[in-house]
Design a protein around this ligand. Structure first.
Ligand code: HEM
Length: 399
């Protein structure tokens, strides 16, 4: 991707330079202290907000800072706007209602036995080998299997989703626009097939996302089919990208902190609280973006309506002005509920409950089936818009 001269306002931040598991947070700390409203010339130019209050303020003005134009940095997709993320309220709201219904506490609880069975099987296979990649062999596979259950996919569809989601990540990491588009087309075809199937034979609207979308009405009318396809296609990306990265980060953290590892192994009831703190520490997103409808000044920098503003959630969650000793893991941190790992406002993560269940069960099964584990190779890091490991080679000592 070429830099555009239009946007050459200086280079405070370069997300394309090599990052390690730890260096990325040092860079965020530098941004917060030296240039909290940073400009980057990469990816055709964008602004990056690294302080908690700046990020929160943008999220609290969802109409002034829209998701309808440049909603992610870098932009890789050439296809149309997908609900719900790429729509502003009120158009956004009915799509969100349809998704909230099938991501409720009741629905997520009903999936927990499946998630556990799936995590237990995948982890047992990995531990039996003694060595493997925690992300590609465990944390990336689990969310796909969970989606298989949630969307009632057959085995062939699950296999296609497994291969396509891996191809999507690989192409994205290689900045291979054609590869991203090819994988994206496969996801669109899968979404089209699912919508056509459910149009013929709808499932329970309290359980099945596609049937729920098909049944929902906006101003008395059903959503256009192509919008439902686009929405399903969006979920197939956003719901599969973040969980593998966070589970990878947690595994790296626990491999370094064996005292915490052992505590969580012997007291698994602490895992959900630990997961919230891990989500703060290892927030997987830094590239969700907004565009301002008018020229605004943030932190003394003038930002025009055609410039994307990346919200560095991963940095905001380590802001020392909000979280005491932000780089430390603190179980039961008093203000943990303030973390922004799932965003805030109308676009806050629709899959939050499902994600927390996946992460908690994934960590519990990792700990239950091992006595210990350590990183045994190079941790490969994700590029923007995510942040965190996409490959974690590990050795496992079986329980
Ligand atoms: C660790 C796991 C996850 C994290 C950290 C995460 C984080 C986020 C964040 C930060 C946003 C807001 C984006 C923005 O501000 O522009 C978001 C939106 C969204 N997420 Fe998640 N997510 C996760 C898992 C999931 C899962 C499993 C699903 C699906 C079941 C999901 C579905 C969505 C959807 C549909 C939206 C768009 C919501 C809207 O626009 O109303 N996410 N997520």
């Amino acid at each position: 991707m070429k830099n555009s001269k239009n946007y050459d306002k200086g280079q405070d931040y370069d997300p394309t330079k090599d990052e390690t598991f730890d260096s990325v947070f040092e860079d965020f700390a530098r941004l917060r202290s030296k240039c909290p409203v940073a400009h980057s010339n990469e990816f055709d130019g964008f602004w990056a907000l690294s302080k908690y209050e700046d990020v929160k303020s943008v999220l609290d003005q969802p109409i002034a800072f829209t998701t309808m134009y440049k909603n992610v940095v870098p932009v890789m997709s050439l296809t149309s706007r997908r609900p719900p993320l790429h729509l502003d309220p009120p158009e956004h709201t009915p799509y969100r209602r349809a998704l909230d219904r099938v991501l409720s506490k009741t629905r997520v609880n009903s999936m927990q036995p499946f998630i556990r069975e799936s995590a237990a099987r995948l982890m047992s296979e990995l531990v039996a080998k003694g060595e493997g990649d925690l992300v590609s062999e465990y944390s990336r596979r689990l969310p796909v299997e969970v989606f298989g259950e949630w969307f009632s996919l057959n085995v062939d569809q699950i296999n296609v989703l497994q291969a396509t989601s891996q191809a999507y990540v690989d192409a994205w990491e290689a900045a291979d626009l054609k590869g991203v588009q090819a994988a994206g087309m496969n996801l669109t075809r899968m979404a089209e097939d699912l919508v056509a199937q459910r149009q013929k034979e709808p499932l329970d609207i309290e359980k099945d996302p596609v049937s729920s979308l098909l049944e929902t009405r906006y101003e008395g009318k059903p959503f256009p089919s192509e919008k439902i396809v686009a929405c399903v296609r969006q979920i197939l990306v956003v719901g599969l990208v973040a969980p593998p990265i966070v589970i990878g980060s947690i595994a790296v953290h626990l491999s370094r902190d064996t005292t915490l590892q052992q505590k969580l192994r012997t007291e698994p009831d602490l895992i959900p609280a630990a997961v919230e703190e891990f989500l703060r520490l290892y927030t997987p997103y830094r590239g969700f973006a907004r565009t301002s409808r008018e020229t605004v000044t943030i932190g003394g920098k003038e930002i025009t309506p055609d410039e994307p503003i990346a919200l560095l959630y991963a940095s905001a969650n380590r802001d020392e002005d909000v979280f005491e000793n932000p780089d430390e893991f603190q179980l039961h941190r008093p203000n943990i509920a303030q973390h922004l790992a799932f965003g805030r406002g109308p676009h806050n993560c629709a899959g939050r409950l499902l994600a927390i269940s996946e992460l908690s069960i994934a960590v519990e099964e990792l700990l239950k089936r091992t006595q210990g584990f350590e990183v045994c190779g190079t941790i490969k890091m994700s590029g923007m818009p995510e942040v965190g490991p996409i490959s974690v080679p590990m050795i496992f000592v079986s329980a």
